[in-house]
Design a binder for this molecule. Structure first.
Ligand code: SF4
Ligand code: SF4
Ligand code: SF4
Length: 308
């Protein structure tokens, strides 16, 4: 009998849903074993009845629930709780769901500041009233899914990788082992760390090409030692594939942006990165907006405005 799957999305870009499509041909075989009973991105199954006749949202019962996106407003919270009550096993998919992701950058600002900026203080918008009716209220901050409901499996990444999604599905269908990496992106990066401190290293923007583009990565100097803000030291590995391959961005000669999130629940990527940057002789204080820069994907519990 097919495994029933329900999926719902919150504060997101939709990239994690594209990851499912990016599975490619193996998805055809998987679809024979999965029955999607609710998934807004691919099917016209409504929350409030097919014609909006219901006053309360409903999600069909399923064996597995998948939630993408972070929890920003009352409706997201209610749907997360509803999904939890309807499924046996809940997956949070993507770094928005696992850590708050990019939407949680908003946690640097109080809700009234956000409303003020969007509806009154934006230079490209005519000042207007903050809409109050017919819209779910914002929560006090952006939350990761597990901060609101219990989660059974987290698939980090912005977006998560297709093979991690497949590995999670196979874990559910066949009981094959599944575990997140405990290593860092640096641990799976083949570039050369000369471990010389500082002389002559200047901070570079990621739009400037690293030295050695196109050459074998084993012969290229570590991007951070070249002066780029590569977040590999403070980021969980896994983006290179479940078999521990070279991290995704490093393969493309780009510094890691930290999208797989922190190495542990307690880790603070900003603190870890400031330490790593100091060891190559750069002054962390020269990095603008460093709290947001280094917690770009992990801000649900780590970026807090003092005014909230
Ligand atoms: S984790 Fe990234 S790709 Fe996935 S929904 Fe969030 S922003 Fe989009
Ligand atoms: S800092 Fe970046 S380039 Fe250097 S070893 Fe770590 S992941 Fe590789
Ligand atoms: S290298 Fe870093 S930013 Fe790039 S996919 Fe991997 S974890 Fe994400």
């Amino acid at each position: 009998m097919a495994v029933k799957v329900a999926q719902e999305w919150f504060a997101i870009c939709g990239g994690c849903e594209v990851t499912i499509l990016d599975v490619g041909e193996p998805l055809i075989d998987l679809l024979a074993e999965l029955e999607f009973v609710h998934m807004p991105v691919i099917m016209d199954h409504k929350l409030y009845g097919q014609t909006g006749e219901e006053s309360k949202a409903d999600i069909p019962e399923a064996d597995v629930g998948i939630l993408t996106g972070s929890i920003r407003n009352e409706e997201n919270k209610e749907l997360a709780e509803l999904m939890r009550s309807r499924v046996n096993f809940l997956i949070s998919m993507g770094s928005c769901a696992c850590y708050g992701g990019v939407p949680a950058l908003a946690n640097q600002f109080a809700v009234d500041e956000i409303y003020q900026r969007v509806y009154q203080g934006n230079s490209t918008t005519d000042p207007g009233e903050t809409p109050a009716e017919g819209l779910p209220a914002l929560l006090d901050r952006v939350y990761a899914v597990h901060e609101v409901v219990d989660v059974d499996l987290m698939l980090p990444g912005c977006p998560t990788t297709p093979d991690m999604f497949v590995a999670a599905v196979m874990h559910l269908l066949k009981g094959t082992p599944f575990a997140l990496e405990t290593k860092s992106v640096c641990d799976q990066c083949p570039t050369i760390r000369e471990q010389k401190t500082g002389e002559g290293i200047t901070l570079k923007r990621p739009l400037e090409s690293v030295e050695g583009v196109g050459e074998a990565l084993e012969t290229v100097r570590c991007f951070m030692e070249q002066g780029y803000l590569c977040q590999g030291p403070a980021t969980r590995a896994g983006c290179g594939g479940m078999d521990g391959g070279t991290p995704r961005c490093i393969r493309a000669y780009m510094p890691c942006r930290g999208c797989f999130g922190p190495l542990t629940d307690q880790a603070n990527p900003m603190v870890d990165m400031m330490g790593a940057i100091s060891t190559i002789g750069l002054n962390p204080r020269d990095i603008p907006d460093r709290a947001a820069q280094f917690n770009r994907f992990a801000g649900s519990g780590r970026l807090r405005t003092k005014r909230r």
